[in-house]
Design a protein around this ligand. Structure first.
Ligand code: AHZ
Length: 295
């Protein structure tokens, strides 16, 4: 027997969403399919046009890349910041804490960044625990993307770097070469799918340690003999976190390296599932990138 849905302004759900729906008479506003297509494509291509000349490009939207994006976007509303992420989903290795556990550990003094995001945590003395890594990364992402000067191009892969040779003969990074990730995955069975480009004065590379797609910029420069590549060291939490943050820097003219990608450059130890160094490496990368930008 069909029951009439009760129109109830006092229901706890109506109060939670601050709206009352009468489910029997409910109807969405009308729309034509092409309107939806145009609403998306017009904005996407306007963004491609706007960010083709970016001030700072961040490669990789894991914990280090998104921390850098949030800090930079907030500190410098005058700069255009593009984030390029190869995956559909952001977060990199940061949707779980470690070994598929959910809680996320950050050693102090990274607790100040968690307070900046407005997240609750348990204070355990020398370290803090956020109840779920996904809560951290989604909050960080939403705060970064809410900034008007930050644009995320996800499902977009950095396939190469743009270089320039200055009058003094120095090679500098001057941007990134991109393609949609699904296109990048078919370079072996489709011919000549040329990429797109974004020019930028500074790149912050945060593509993580070596793996199916990590350490991209360090590996690319190393294969050309422009940068020496060292491999990530074994796990040592104490050494790893300090040395990643301390060494976050411009590793090649125009290229700041942050997060675990740096371990493939300098052979830092890995730290396993503790994320303070990723967050603070992102913050330091933002400062280093601004120094390069202002030169
Ligand atoms: O998809 C990658 C991920 O989201 C993205 N990425 C990689 N190559 C790319 C390319 N173009 C665009 N060519 C690319 N995007 O970069 C992101 C890297 O995120 P991550 O979480 O792997 O790196 P992170 O340095 O931000 O965080 C590392 C987290 C780790 S690993 C680790 C250990 O192994 O001990 N410990 C911690 C805390």
């Amino acid at each position: 027997m069909k029951q009439r849905n009760v129109f109830n302004a006092d229901s706890p759900v109506s109060k939670a969403v601050s709206a009352v729906y009468d489910w029997d008479t409910f109807k969405f506003a009308p729309i034509r399919e092409s309107t939806v297509s145009r609403a998306m494509t017009r904005r996407y291509f306007a963004d491609l046009d706007k960010y083709a000349e970016s001030d700072i490009v961040i490669v990789g939207a894991g914990s280090a890349g998104l921390s850098a994006a949030y800090v930079l976007g907030k500190a410098r509303p005058d700069l255009k910041i593009a984030i390029i992420e190869a995956n559909v989903a952001v977060g990199g290795g940061c949707f779980l804490g470690g070994q598929l556990f959910s809680a996320m550990v950050l050693r102090k003094p990274a607790d100040s960044f968690i307070r900046e995001l407005g997240l609750e945590y348990e204070d355990e003395g020398d370290y803090i625990v956020v109840k779920h890594a996904a809560l951290f990364i989604t909050t960080l992402c939403s705060k970064a993307l809410a900034l008007p000067n930050v644009k995320l191009f996800n499902a977009t892969c950095v396939e190469d770097l743009i270089t320039r040779t200055t009058d003094s003969g120095e090679t500098r990074i001057a941007g990134v070469v991109t393609n949609w990730t699904l296109v990048s995955m078919h370079h072996d069975d489709q011919s000549c799918m040329d990429p797109n480009t974004i020019n930028s004065k500074v790149i912050i590379s945060c593509t993580g340690h070596d793996g199916p797609m990590g350490a991209f910029c360090v590996k690319r420069l190393a294969e050309l003999g422009l940068l020496k590549r060292n491999h990530m060291g074994c796990l040592d939490m104490n050494r790893a976190e300090d040395s990643i943050v301390k060494n976050t820097r411009e590793v090649f003219p125009g290229l700041v390296c942050a997060g675990m990608e740096l371990s493939e450059c300098d052979s830092h130890n890995r730290m396993g599932p503790t994320f303070g160094a990723m967050v603070l490496s992102g913050v330091k990368a933002a400062e280093e990138a601004l120094k390069v930008y202002e030169l």
